[in-house]
Design a protein around this ligand. Structure first.
Ligand code: AMP
Length: 470
């Protein structure tokens, strides 16, 4: 277990909190979903209550190491201030004069937000001198950015060399929930995996196969499995170069006695468009001029039956093109089945979480994960650098175990696959996730474009009361 912000005394101390404020923005640069800001509030509020001096640091988008107004955190500061109901002072830089001046004059309980840490190329390079500069602003480091924990960057990992480093509330609850659902899962464990590409999820499928009783596969990635079974899939999106991998995964499932379930029928569309003509077809008989864009009714029933039997559920990825109204029923049916189930349920990934939220079922799920890549890597069993660098909880001898940085440099930061997972108590923390400002490009066979994601629009009507110190 990792130490948390509650395990150390922060009163009167300058606490550097790495948060994940990588919120989605529209073309005008306005925040379209503030879920990630809300997710950081418990940690911030706790620290303020403890009379700590709270220094917040985040990245936003991909400014590629240079200042870019488009990726400034100014609007985030405004929104944060509204949500907290207390002033947030905003530095106009990260480690420059503004940051130093603002953080050196802080009073207990005050909050300063630094500018986008990715305005410095050193951040993503995990440059030690830069990490040291960040650390020099504070006395304690709290990592609450679970969504960025799979990155070994200066503010997510390197800084922990120079300050006592502990987990924030969100980080802690994510670790607990994900560990609980994998290592301590009550069986049957049913995993539902969907989304665009098998290639993105091979690691997760392989890892979960050693733990799950049942794996349900939907979305475009199911098509690659259907092809591996020798079915024609019309002009459905699938990955030609992953057909062999899909075959291997099906064989592995059989040898491990895991019930790997593929769609038996699909809702096929005449084109990749929200207005496509649609018809339901058996999964082994998709017309040549049609493509599978959702799971069919028979599959929805089949998946719901499996979900009903589960004691633990892990769900990541939509069952179809959730962005198109005509092709979202399969994903919504799975969301309903998961919400109805009494099992411990973990839901991650933008579309899956959006489906749960759209139906108003967020409080019927044990844990909505805020991580995209981080959640998948955690489930794969990868050691996340942002987690590995945190101090372990004190053992019986009261000694604090410091991370082995040299070993981490060689292994973790170069992305090893060893697991750091340890048993954890059950959690029913409800946090939310959302799509990030960046989107993945598709490299699969037939479909090259993706529909725009819909996200609820946050109210950011209040005028900026945030002071930006130059
Ligand atoms: P991921 O980021 O891997 O969770 O994938 C999500 C994306 O998969 C969404 O943009 C969906 O539109 C897409 N997707 C899911 N099912 C299909 C399908 N049958 N055909 C094309 N795209 C799909």
């Amino acid at each position: 277990m990792k130490k948390t912000f509650k395990d150390i005394d922060v009163t009167g101390k300058k606490v550097f909190v790495r948060v994940d404020f990588n919120v989605p923005l529209n073309d005008e640069g306005d925040i379209t979903d503030d879920t990630r800001i809300r997710a950081a509030l418990p940690t911030i509020n706790y620290l303020v209550k403890q009379n700590a001096k709270v220094i917040l640091c985040s990245h936003l988008g991909r400014p590629k190491g240079v200042f870019n107004e488009k990726f400034s955190l100014k609007k985030v500061a405004v929104r944060l201030q509204e949500l907290l109901g207390q002033p947030v002072r905003m530095a106009s830089d990260v480690i420059g004069t503004s940051a130093k001046e603002l953080t050196s004059s802080m009073k207990n309980g005050e909050i300063v937000l630094l500018e986008n840490v990715r305005f410095h190329a050193e951040e993503e390079k995990n440059d030690d001198a830069f990490a040291r500069e960040l650390a020099s602003l504070a006395e304690v480091y709290v990592n609450d950015a679970f969504g960025a924990a799979h990155r070994a960057h200066a503010s997510t990992a390197g800084i922990a060399r120079h300050l006592p480093a502990v987990a924030g509330f969100l980080m802690d609850s994510e670790i607990l929930a994900l560990t609980n659902a994998t290592e301590n899962a009550e069986k049957p464990l049913v995993c539902i995996l969907g989304g665009a590409k098998v290639s993105d999820k091979i690691g997760v499928i392989s890892a979960l196969m050693t733990k799950a009783n049942t794996i349900l596969i939907g979305g475009a990635m199911a098509n690659t499995f259907l092809v591996a079974k020798g079915y024609g899939v019309g002009f459905s999106k699938y990955e030609e170069d992953k057909v062999a991998v899909a075959k291997e995964l099906m064989e592995k499932a059989e040898s491990l006695n895991v019930n790997l379930v593929l769609p038996i029928d699909v809702v096929a569309g005449s084109e990749f468009s929200p207005n496509a003509k649609r018809k339901t077809q058996d999964a082994d008989k998709i017309d040549k001029d049609y493509q599978a864009l959702d799971i069919g009714k028979k599959t929805q029933k089949l998946f719901a039956k499996e979900i009903k039997n589960a004691k633990t559920i892990i769900w990541n990825g939509p069952m179809g093109v959730f962005e198109f109204k005509k092709f979202r029923k399969g994903t919504l049916a799975v969301a309903k089945a998961v919400a109805k189930s009494a099992a411990v349920s973990i839901v991650g990934g933008g579309d899956s979480v959006a489906a749960i939220q759209e139906l108003g079922f967020a409080n019927k799920v044990s844990h909505l994960s805020t991580g995209g890549g981080a959640t998948l890597e955690f489930l794969e069993g990868t050691t996340l650098p942002g987690v590995a660098m945190l101090l372990d909880k004190e053992d019986g001898t009261k000694k604090v175990k410091t991370p082995d940085f040299a070993a981490l440099d060689n292994k973790t930061i170069n992305k090893n696959t060893a697991s750091t997972k340890k048993p954890a108590a059950k959690t029913t923390v409800k946090s939310k996730t959302t799509k990030t400002a960046t989107s993945k490009a598709s490299s699969t066979k037939t479909v090259t474009s993706k529909p725009a994601a819909k996200a609820p629009v946050a109210k950011t009507t209040a005028k900026s009361a945030v002071k930006t110190k130059k």
